[in-house]
Design a protein. Structure first.
Length: 285
């Protein structure tokens, strides 16, 4: 066994108020040198998806920041109906400001990838590089979130958010894709039922009408799009490559490479960060 010391992460809580909604952000961070690494998790996941950053020796000196999105994990939120992707972007801005981070690498998965895309599009000068792990860039990416419409049992007349998430969990658990059952098993513990509808509806709206592909391709810094090999049929992969986006196919994986093939995922993230951030010096506000 290796005796290599691990540069530990430390947990924190951060009280915020965004548009009248009170939050207690549960996060993890570490100090370091170089461009900070900011991680945004997906729907129904938590910041711990990225805790193994401490095992990446080549990133050992990097500052790290991650937090549980409102409605997920240990973060508390006074009004779950207020949550949307634009709301998550405002939360990200506030957390970055509170932690004094001006320029950063961002890694976002699924919902977190979409949040990172909108954040980066609004202020691209702050982002050094972007690893998008199957974040939404086209309508076809709503294979999970569009179930709020295709399997809708939540309505204004018969609101049943817990019923929806219970059925959603059952469908995902039975999926033939890598790590689906593992993901589904954690849903009751990682996401509040009342957050599902507003998050999913916001993701669908942006994917269908938000011009995400043009916004992603228009970003002026290095981008990697990471996907599992079971999702290699995504129709736009060639289009991304033709427009300068680095593709990273993760073997033995589908939508959740952090569960099914974490070593391969981290190897690609680490290589990308080292290549794109070598000459960058972070600026403080």
């Amino acid at each position: 066994m290796s005796n290599r010391p691990v540069n530990e992460l430390h947990q924190f809580t951060l009280p915020l108020t965004i548009g009248g909604t009170r939050l207690e952000i549960a996060g993890m961070h570490r100090e370091g040198t170089g461009v900070p690494l900011v991680f945004l998790h997906g729907f129904g996941s938590t910041k711990e998806d990225y805790a193994d950053v401490v095992q990446q020796a080549e990133l050992a000196d990097r500052p790290v920041l991650a937090w549980d999105a409102p409605g997920c994990g240990a973060t508390t939120c006074s009004d779950l109906t207020a949550i949307s992707v634009p709301f998550l972007v405002e939360v990200a801005r506030a957390v970055l400001r509170a932690k004094g981070i001006e320029r950063f690498h961002v890694v976002g998965h699924s919902m977190g990838g979409l949040t990172a895309l909108v954040l980066a599009d609004q202020d691209p000068s702050r982002v050094v590089g972007f690893v998008d792990i199957e974040g939404n860039v086209a309508p076809e990416d709503c294979f999970l979130s569009r179930q709020i419409i295709s399997h809708q049992i939540i309505s204004h007349h018969h609101p049943d958010p817990q019923g929806f998430i219970d059925e959603f969990r059952t469908r995902v658990w039975a999926s033939p894709y890598w790590s689906s059952a593992q993901y589904a098993a954690g849903l009751p513990h990682k996401v509040r039922a009342g957050a599902v509808r507003p998050i999913f509806e916001s993701m669908v709206e942006l994917s269908d009408h938000g011009g995400l592909m043009d916004r992603f391709l228009g970003l002026p810094f290095p981008r990697m799009f990471m996907y599992g090999e079971q999702n290699d049929t995504l129709s736009y992969l060639g289009h991304l490559a033709e427009n300068g986006v680095e593709l990273a196919e993760i073997p033995h994986s589908a939508h959740f490479p952090m569960y099914s093939n974490a070593p391969a995922m981290w190897a690609r993230i680490t290589g990308f960060v080292l290549r794109t951030g070598r000459q960058e010096v972070p600026r403080r506000p």
